[in-house]
Design a binder for this molecule. Structure first.
Ligand SMILES: Cc1cc2nc3c(=O)[nH]c(=O)nc-3n(C[C@H](O)[C@H](O)[C@H](O)COP(=O)(O)OP(=O)(O)OC[C@H]3O[C@@H](n4cnc5c(N)ncnc54)[C@H](O)[C@@H]3O)c2cc1C
Length: 404
């Protein structure tokens, strides 16, 4: 195992600057408009596609050609420093791509992942649909069913998915469905719903607190028929896995834990991108704003707040980078990916709230960006595993006990 080295190489510094420039020049000026509109920001995503920032090649390069694991969190932090709603619009298809890569065969990855992105001339989207109206954290409670029709070699999907990023507007939907209800979360499988498939429609589009440029909606599946080859991993592997579970044989939970833990540092990186934006802005503001005849930063109460904000961001980044590096080494021991995500979400929510405090009344208005950053930060305590679910995962890892 290579040593953990929290310094960036030349390539990473170049990527960091490239993403930062896009965030500063394109995302920042557009952020307020798309937050107000609450619509999918096609022009921004198209511009990201033009420079290669939106596309599966970027994702593949950043993920697979980087033995340190740091490239992805570094790029994502810069993007979310630009804007979290626009950042999510650019990164949302990655959830579908990751879902395909984690369960699909090599041929399936080659066929479907590029279709989650399309081309700079024709941008496409992917969506990863797992959560349901009555089951978000409780994945064993999913009800969307997938039944095999042997006569036609098709799978028939029925159910409703909730809170789906790019739901209903995506070209490729990756849907988690129940193939054996008795096996609870072990009886699930992942399916591709190709573009234009009959029976898939968008339900309600949610009006959100933050990341409003990112599209979040229900996905309704009404007798959706997909060909057998759309089952990720294939039927033979699914049948073998289900048979093993029914015999009571233990799955490879260590491998599953490594996979889940590996995606969490990137969500943490999103959170600290938002936190850093708010911290930098409030630091500058505190150096300019005067009250009682002096700059407000000259009061320890303000300066110490900023000192704490800076410290928390640095601490989070180190946790994230270390977790991202552990992910590459398959070296998670104590759910360090969950620790990084838990900490970064809390830090982003806290730091953005403190930024409002530092700006006082102005911070509470929509004329200044800190209130938007505070709204955007909160999602990081909720999606991709809530704060409490991260605590559950960590407490089980450190204790070896099945904490409920
Ligand atoms: C903007 C947005 C985008 C999203 N994008 C996607 C997406 O693309 N694809 C997708 O599949 N999902 C997506 N989600 C869904 C998201 O992952 C879920 O909202 C999240 O997992 C929480 O599920 P829930 O909302 O049902 O809350 P619940 O599971 O009902 O939780 C409610 C509260 O109870 C707590 N709780 C639940 N169980 C326990 C427990 N055992 N112990 C302690 N506390 C517990 C939770 O921490 C939380 O505080 C998105 C959500 C949002 C808001």
């Amino acid at each position: 195992m290579a040593d953990f080295n929290p310094s960036l190489n030349e390539d990473q510094l170049t990527i960091q600057k490239w993403v930062h420039d896009f965030a500063e020049d394109v995302m920042r000026p557009a952020a307020e408009e798309w937050d107000e509109k609450e619509e999918f920001p096609w022009p921004v995503v198209e511009e990201a596609a033009q420079i290669g920032l939106y596309g599966w090649e970027f994702l593949a390069n950043a993920m697979f050609n980087d033995p340190t694991g740091l490239t992805m969190p570094v790029a994502i932090e810069e993007m979310f420093w630009g804007d979290a709603g626009l950042g999510m619009a650019i990164m949302g298809s990655g959830l579908a791509a990751a879902g395909i890569a984690s369960s699909g065969s090599q041929e399936q990855v080659m066929e479907w992942v590029p279709q989650c992105y399309g081309s700079p001339e024709k941008v496409q989207l992917g969506a990863f649909a797992a959560s349901e109206p009555d089951a978000g954290s409780d994945v064993g409670g999913y009800r969307t069913s997938a039944k095999y029709d042997q006569a036609t070699d098709e799978w028939v999907l029925n159910g409703t998915k909730a809170w789906i990023t790019n739901g209903g507007i995506a070209d490729i939907h990756v849907v988690i469905a129940v193939v054996d209800p008795e096996l609870r979360s072990k009886g699930h499988a992942s399916f591709i719903v190709p573009p234009g498939t009959k029976g898939l429609s968008m339900g309600q589009k949610y009006k959100k607190h933050g990341i409003r440029a990112s599209h979040t909606a229900e996905v309704v599946l009404d007798d959706v028929r997909v060909p057998g080859r759309c089952l990720l991993g294939g039927k033979e592997k699914l049948d073998e896995r289900l048979a093993r579970v029914r015999r009571g044989e233990k799955g490879n939970s260590q491998a599953a834990m490594q996979t889940f833990e590996a995606t969490r540092p990137t969500v943490g990186a999103q959170a600290i991108g938002v936190a850093r934006a708010a911290y930098e802005y409030s630091l500058e503001y505190a150096k300019q704003r005067e009250a009682f005849g002096r700059k407000i930063i000259m009061n320890q109460s303000i300066a110490f707040m900023l000192a704490d904000m800076a410290t928390e961001i640095e601490a989070s980044r180190l946790l994230i980078w270390r977790a991202a590096w552990l992910g590459k080494q398959k070296g998670f021991v104590n759910a360090e990916g969950s620790m990084a995500k838990l900490k970064a979400g809390r830090v982003a929510t806290h730091v953005t709230e403190r930024a409002i405090q530092i700006l006082g009344g102005y911070g509470y208005t929509r004329e200044y960006p800190v209130e938007r950053w505070h709204r955007d930060a909160k999602i990081h305590d909720i999606f991709e595993g809530t704060e409490q679910i991260q605590q559950l995962v960590i407490s089980r890892a450190i204790s070896g006990l099945r904490i409920e």
